[in-house]
Design a protein around this ligand. Structure first.
Ligand SMILES: Nc1ncnc2c1ncn2[C@@H]1O[C@H](COP(=O)(O)OP(=O)(O)OP(=O)(O)O)[C@@H](O)[C@H]1O
Ligand SMILES: [Mg+2]
Length: 335
């Protein structure tokens, strides 16, 4: 693999089948160092499968993986000391306490000072329960302990599969802050979720997968600016005139009426261009009675992943087949 300098994690053409079911279909990921990378995809897209391959739990059928700048091959599990991971529900000794479980885990890897265990129990908010047996823990508490376990060896690269599962709102906020703080210390955090909202508030870079393939990857800011939308409300009888007036700002396919009866129209341009829209319309004697702007990443996510699944033969079903990689407008495809 070449050209992967500055990447903490890269995959090229990763393939994995479970019997006749294709789970990964030539997955290419490029995860820069020192970022929170949001690995986003709907249920069944292949996130957990990817995580399993990356942590050596299963072998890929094809393709390459590079972890921290070096190829990761079969039998390289020792390399994983540099990588912290939480894939699926963490398993612990139920009859041992939280602290004892972390000690056991520490004993199985590179040496960890006992101070670190106390710091991590504090970090994930389990100090009060550190002497309690894990069998009495709630799902969220086990998840917190799992995150502590993943951080134990102070890894440069952290792989977390749906870490927010089972966490309460306060736990989610705390986890998000922790992950951001780790990235600001130069560590790389690769975190999966099927929820856009979750990724949107913490990721620097986003990779969206569907049916085992990457469908979009890039800095969150870039995706957001591409998915900007400015909505303006004009007199309903002026909607057509308004759309015509706005053509210099955006090509016609980026100009849509959203609610003709109410006079709302949408311009798919960067969200910070609301003033341009209002100015242009005013110049043509059309005055807006409402103006909104924001990002429609939800729409992009649905367009890119909505209804797209793979059947046993590897044929696409649903929206946007394999030859239709660049879907441009939800209105066109979702109809
Ligand atoms: N052990 C397995 N045996 C057979 N098929 C599997 C197995 N694990 C996963 N699959 C299939 O592989 C595909 C990808 O599954 P995977 O668990 O990687 O998805 P995911 O993105 O993690 O989904 P979720 O958001 O639901 O966790 C699915 O079609 C799933 O049914
Ligand atoms: Mg999963």
């Amino acid at each position: 693999m070449s050209g992967t300098t500055g990447l903490a994690l890269a995959t090229r053409g990763l393939r994995k089948n479970y019997g006749p079911r294709r789970a990964l279909d030539g997955l290419d990921l490029s995860v820069p160092e020192g970022v929170v990378y949001g690995f986003l995809g709907p249920n069944g897209a292949g996130k957990t499968t990817t995580m399993r391959v990356l942590t050596g739990l299963i072998h890929a059928d094809g393709g390459k993986v590079e972890l921290l700048g070096k190829p990761f091959k079969r039998g390289d599990r020792r390399r994983l000391f540099e990588v912290g991971a939480l894939v699926e529900s963490p398993t612990f000794y139920p009859y041992l306490s939280a602290r004892a479980n972390l000690r056991e885990l520490a004993a199985s890897g590179a040496p960890v000072p006992s101070k670190r265990i106390e710091e991590l129990l504090d970090l994930v908010g389990l100090c009060d329960r550190s002497n309690d047996k894990v069998q009495g823990f709630s799902m969220g508490m086990k998840q917190r302990l799992g995150i502590a376990g993943a951080l134990l060896s102070d890894p440069k690269l952290l792989l977390l599969d749906e870490p927010a599962n089972g966490l309460d709102p306060a736990g989610i906020v705390a986890m998000r802050d922790t992950l951001k703080a780790l990235a600001s210390q130069g560590k790389t955090v690769f975190v999966s979720s099927h929820l856009l909202a979750e990724i949107q508030v913490m990721a620097d870079v986003v990779g969206i997968i569907a049916a085992g393939k990457l469908v979009r990857e890039g800095p969150l800011k870039e995706l957001l600016s591409m998915q900007g939308v400015v909505k303006a409300r004009v007199r309903p009888n002026l909607v057509d005139a308004a759309i015509e007036t706005l053509v210099p700002l955006a090509p016609t396919e980026r100009l849509t009426e959203t609610d003709r009866d109410e006079g709302w129209l949408a311009v798919h341009i960067a969200a910070d261009r609301a003033e341009d829209v209002s100015q242009k319309l005013a110049g043509a004697g059309i005055y807006v009675s409402g103006l909104e702007s924001g990002n429609d990443l939800e729409m992009l996510f649905l367009e890119l992943t909505g209804g797209q699944t793979i059947d046993g033969e590897g044929t696409f079903i649903g929206l946007g087949g394999p030859g239709n990689g660049n879907v441009t407008s939800g209105k066109d495809t979702a109809a």
